[in-house]
Design a binder for this molecule. Structure first.
Ligand code: ADP
Ligand code: ASP
Ligand code: MG
Length: 418
């Protein structure tokens, strides 16, 4: 953006554009929202054009989803076991971010700075028509650019967009990260800062593995592998956008005081000096497995699984059978859908209650000893692997969901904390 009043004859100066994203924990109550407002005002007063993407406050999205499920069976409607329509879920959960964006705008205005809030559709986030985990297909941020030119801070509701059919859609759980990176790409932003309750990416989830190490630098490829294996710190689609558009992400904590040298993880195209080795452990506790013993219904089975909201992590097809590993992170009605699938396609066997533990890094299949160490660590944690997979970038085991945390700790001790 151009500064409002360049001196006559002086070359026009472009203000740096900064996109900041604040997750649910950073805006859990109005007190925290006020602290976020301070941080935003600081960035604006430092001479930046500031776009802020905000998530719903605290656990609002979970609360709204619970309401939807309660409404299905309410008043003796006989609807127990039915799934709420995904279109209506989008109408419902998109309100969470709308509350947060307007409150943040009010808090910023109260500090004497111009601010305006926009929903996803007002921000020009255009998606496909898959409700509850839509993909962004285009970003047309004209209104945001106009407001930045007027000197306003723009607050955008994360996690939502509008389909080309003009329906409200949401981007899958954790999707505010995707809004932030896609906007940073469309605006040609100088930086994209993602604030949460951790000061960056660690070698494992610090809630599960207290010895997890802070990783100051990471490349896009490694974080994408972590996110796709189920690490929730930055959502997988956001990392994919960042990688394609070459956007650097600065992952920071909103709970630390504002500083010019914050502790953070910088995620960019190449992280210098990375030799191939195990870098992080990832646990995923919302996994399902599906198997089809004949191939005549292959497409029908895929359609049923996707319509139930499952995201396909892996698909294996042999001459006789097909198998899927499914993430249920954005599949709120999957339990109900299972009964329907069993009735419609009895040859499709679905197992739920599973988890996945992964060692992520590089060169993981170069030495057979690493595969031996992987199996030994799982055995030491009493985690029975139902399936294992090994690529240069990831060693993974499907286990019962309940054994994931112990397996994460054992694998961290064996592979990362050497
Ligand atoms: P927000 O609500 O700000 O989007 P999230 O809960 O989505 O925050 O992401 C932050 C959380 O991610 C942390 O509280 C942490 O428990 C979890 N997490 C999982 N894996 C990692 C990891 N490898 N490094 C850091 N945090 C992780
Ligand atoms: N509020 C949404 C969720 O809880 C999106 C987000 O937090 O990024 O999944
Ligand atoms: Mg998140």
């Amino acid at each position: 953006m151009l500064l409002e009043d360049p001196k006559p004859g002086a070359p026009a100066v472009r203000r740096p554009i900064v996109v900041q994203k604040y997750g649910g924990s950073s805006v859990a109550d109005v007190e925290k929202l006020g602290r976020v407002a301070e941080r935003v005002v600081h960035a604006r007063r430092a001479g930046n054009d500031v776009v802020v993407v905000v998530s719903a406050m605290g656990k609002t999205t979970d609360g709204l989803l619970k309401l939807a499920h309660d409404a299905v069976g309410a008043g003796g409607a006989g609807g127990e076991g039915r799934e709420p329509a995904r279109r209506e879920l989008d109408m419902l959960v998109s309100t969470g971010e709308r509350v947060a964006m307007s409150l943040l705008s009010i808090a910023i205005q109260a500090r004497g700075v111009r601010a305006i809030s926009f929903t996803g559709s007002q921000s020009g986030i255009i998606t496909n028509d898959r409700h509850f985990d839509a993909r962004i297909i285009e970003v047309r941020p004209h209104r945001i650019e106009d407001e930045l030119a007027r000197g306003a801070v723009v607050i955008v509701a994360g996690y939502q967009g509008m389909s080309y059919k003009r329906e409200i859609t949401t981007l899958g759980r954790g999707g505010s990260d995707t809004t932030a990176v896609a906007l940073a790409a469309a605006l040609g932003a100088d930086r994209c800062e993602i604030y949460s309750d951790v000061d960056g990416v660690y070698s494992a989830d610090p809630r599960t593995v207290p010895e997890a190490r802070h990783l100051p630098e990471l490349d896009h490829a490694l974080l994408q592998e972590m996110a796709e294996s189920g690490a929730k710190v930055v959502c997988a689609q956001a990392v994919e956008w960042a990688r394609r558009a070459g956007i650097a992400i600065y992952a920071r904590s909103s709970f630390e005081p504002v500083s010019d040298t914050p502790r953070q993880t910088v995620i960019r195209r190449f992280a210098p000096g990375d030799e191939p080795r195990a870098r992080a452990i990832v646990g995923h506790r919302q996994l399902a497995h599906a198997a089809l013993g004949e191939l005549a219904s292959l497409e029908r089975a895929e359609r049923l699984l996707l319509d139930a909201g499952a995201a396909i992590l892996e698909e294996h097809v042999t001459e006789e059978r097909a198998e899927w590993l499914l993430s249920l992170m954005s599949a709120p009605g999957f339990a109900e859908a299972r009964a329907r699938m069993a009735a419609e396609l009895p040859s499709l066997a679905v197992t739920v209650g599973l988890g996945l533990v992964s060692v992520v890094g590089g060169g993981l299949t170069e030495r057979g000893a690493q595969l031996v160490a992987f199996r030994e660590a799982l055995a030491a944690a009493a985690a029975r692997p139902r399936r294992m997979l090994a690529t240069a970038l990831r060693l993974g085991a499907v286990v019962d969901a309940a054994s994931v945390p112990d397996a994460e700790r054992a694998l961290h001790a064996r592979f990362v904390a050497l």
